[in-house]
Design a protein. Structure first.
Length: 346
């Protein structure tokens, strides 16, 4: 392959005018990858026999560029399942073997992660000498993987890149779980101290985000384990072991996410119980106050009627004769209420 070319280097993801991948890298054994031009990528694809063994390229496409899919169909021989996955609107993770290709649709966190919109989807096609990836929005794990390639990390095969991508996904998920735990721990301490300073919306949004991540990402380790049971013949044994370790690490991260979801669920139940208990106490106090004021209100209502024959209306001590029994009755009711509240607390 020629060392120099007049083609443009595929290094700028923001270059929406180009008709090929937004970046491409050429990998040779035991050497760091180098960025290649569109012309070099086409030359590699059209003349695979002229290249040394174990050479491969990685081409990454942006689906927001309408020219990406036509370029792929013109220059790259990919299975139909790959293009079907590109057009699919279903958030379903899958990894399947199609002839000599592996087609994967996996999810990860957006590059500009927020707790409200946490995930994006990418589609990959892995062949013995080619890795093609495509997504519509920036992917955090893809960017981390690209940074590793630019830093000179040596990859021996497309499967090794796929395993590294799975590890980066696991690392991102672990980071999300760690950040979520930092939010959950103060909430848990406040609830254990019986302080209702946590809102239901805060816990609810956190739980919805974690459940969505778990629902979208949990099928990935299972899909990789199924591949490991019946791998393609061109995948070496050490590559399978590397992929298995990455899948196990990702599975552990999914387990941690499930544990955090259960923890948040318990906090929601504790918050609901505290709110219910506080409402019951408030209702009890209102009931006691209403009962204590009932005799006075009843007598005041009777004596306040503008009719004749009001008892003790002309008596010198009539007011005291009426008020004194009411005060005694109110004090008795207050004692009974206090005694009943003490028994309830015990």
């Amino acid at each position: 392959m020629p060392a120099e070319t007049t083609g443009q280097k595929l290094e700028s993801p923001s270059d929406s005018n180009q008709n090929g991948p937004i970046w491409g890298y050429h990998f040779v054994p035991n050497q760091p990858a180098r960025s290649i031009t569109t012309e070099e990528a086409v030359e590699f694809l059209q003349a695979p026999g002229s290249c040394a063994p174990n050479e491969f390229i990685w081409l990454h496409f942006s689906l927001s560029n309408a020219a990406s899919e036509p370029w792929l169909r013109q220059y790259v021989s990919l299975p139909d399942s790959f293009y079907e996955s590109l057009q699919s609107d279903i958030d379903a993770t899958h990894l399947e073997q199609d002839a000599d290709s592996l087609v994967a649709r996996i999810h990860d966190v957006l590059f500009d992660f927020t707790f409200d919109a946490p995930v994006a989807t990418t589609t990959l096609c892995v062949k013995p000498r080619l890795l093609v990836s495509a997504h519509a929005r920036p992917w955090r794990s893809i960017e981390q993987l690209r940074s590793a390639v630019q830093a000179g990390h040596v990859f021996r095969s497309p499967i090794e890149i796929l395993a590294r991508l799975l590890r980066d996904q696991a690392n991102v998920l672990v980071d999300i779980v760690r950040r979520s735990k930092k939010r959950v721990s103060p909430m848990e301490e406040q609830l254990l101290a019986k302080r209702i300073s946590v809102t239901r919306n805060e816990l609810g949004s956190l739980r919805r985000m974690l459940v969505r991540l778990q629902r979208l990402l949990a099928p990935e380790p299972a899909a990789f384990f199924r591949l490991l049971n019946q791998p393609p013949e061109w995948i070496a044994r050490d590559e399978l072991q590397n992929l298995q370790q990455a899948a196990e690490k990702f599975s552990t991260a999914i387990t941690d996410t499930a544990a955090l979801v259960e923890r948040v669920k318990q906090l929601q139940e504790e918050l609901s119980a505290l709110v219910t208990a506080q409402a019951n106490r408030t209702l009890f106090v209102l009931t006691v106050v209403t009962v204590l004021a009932l005799p006075i209100n009843l007598v005041a209502g009777l004596f306040g009627m503008n009719v004749g024959g009001i008892p003790l209306g002309q008596h010198k001590y009539g007011f005291l004769l009426v008020v004194s029994p009411l005060l005694v009755l109110t004090a008795l009711l207050a004692y009974l209420a206090y005694w009943g509240l003490g028994r309830r607390r015990r």
